[in-house]
Design a protein around this ligand. Structure first.
Ligand code: ARG
Length: 252
């Protein structure tokens, strides 16, 4: 009896945490949580402002709702999914991959970007790293709580690779530079961006580990996801989506 009462209190409170379109309009602000260490999707510019492809999309969602966008920096580990499920932010965008496991706890928008997990090595691939040929006995870096880590657990560990887990992606890159890991797993568009910003330091090597889609993240049950899908459809139809791709993302 007591137990079921407690459970229903829990359920009620978690439902009420999902900000709705009406809640957001009432407060006049859409709060976006993002981990701004993921150029070109979200990163701090020279002026300290958080900017990028995801931020512009979120700003369009806020504009269509008639509210302003507030951007809050949250580490990826806390962002997904706690910051959303706890209601600390109304939505999260951070190059977040849509997965069936995550979809059990949060609501995703329609996919807004097709991405892939790739291997990053030192420029010129001095260790001749190759996937799927040779991961046995190799140490491979992954970022904690990312799909890179989940996929590496499923696909690389069984083949005899050792995983080194980083909270901070930059620490993984430093280890690639120093040769402390054979390769680091990262998201393809961020690696292309790195190669452009830091020419001659990093390369991709081997086949892609996995293809993925990014989605905007909301609390389960929130009608904000449907509102975001409308904005996405509008941006696609008007050509603004393509303009944002051209503005931010290295085109191949
Ligand atoms: N796409 C990967 C995932 O969803 C990595 C995202 C990391 N994003 C970031 N802002 N650090 O797990």
């Amino acid at each position: 009896m007591k137990r079921s009462l407690m459970l229903s209190v829990l359920v009620v409170s978690s439902v009420s945490l999902a900000a709705s379109v009406a809640d957001v309009k009432k407060k006049g602000v859409l709060v976006l949580g993002t981990d701004p260490t993921f150029a070109p999707f979200e990163f701090k510019g020279a002026d300290g402002q958080i900017q990028g492809f995801d931020i512009d999309i979120a700003r369009a969602v806020a504009k269509d709702l008639g509210v302003r966008l507030e951007v809050r920096a949250v580490g990826f580990g806390a962002l997904m999914p706690q910051s959303v499920t706890s209601g600390r932010v109304d939505m999260a965008m951070s190059g977040i991959t849509i997965t069936p496991e995550r979809a059990k706890v949060v609501a995703f928008s329609a996919p807004y970007y097709r991405s892939a997990q790739v291997f990053i090595v030192r420029s010129g691939n001095p260790g001749k790293f190759a996937w799927p040929a040779d991961v046995k006995g190799k140490t491979i870096g992954v970022q904690a709580n990312t799909t890179g880590q989940f996929t590496a657990n499923d696909m690389l560990k069984p083949k005899g690779a050792t995983l080194k887990v980083y909270d901070d992606f930059a620490a993984g890159l430093a280890d690639v530079r120093a040769g402390r890991v054979a390769a680091l797993i990262g998201d393809a568009p961020t690696v292309d961006d790195l190669k452009k910003r830091l020419p001659g330091q990093f390369d991709k090597a081997g086949a892609d580990l996995a293809a993925e889609d990014y989605g905007m993240v909301f609390a389960k049950g929130s009608n904000l996801a449907a509102a975001a899908n409308k904005t996405l459809a509008r941006l696609r139809a008007s050509g603004e989506y393509q303009a944002l791709l051209n503005k931010w993302i290295v085109q191949k």
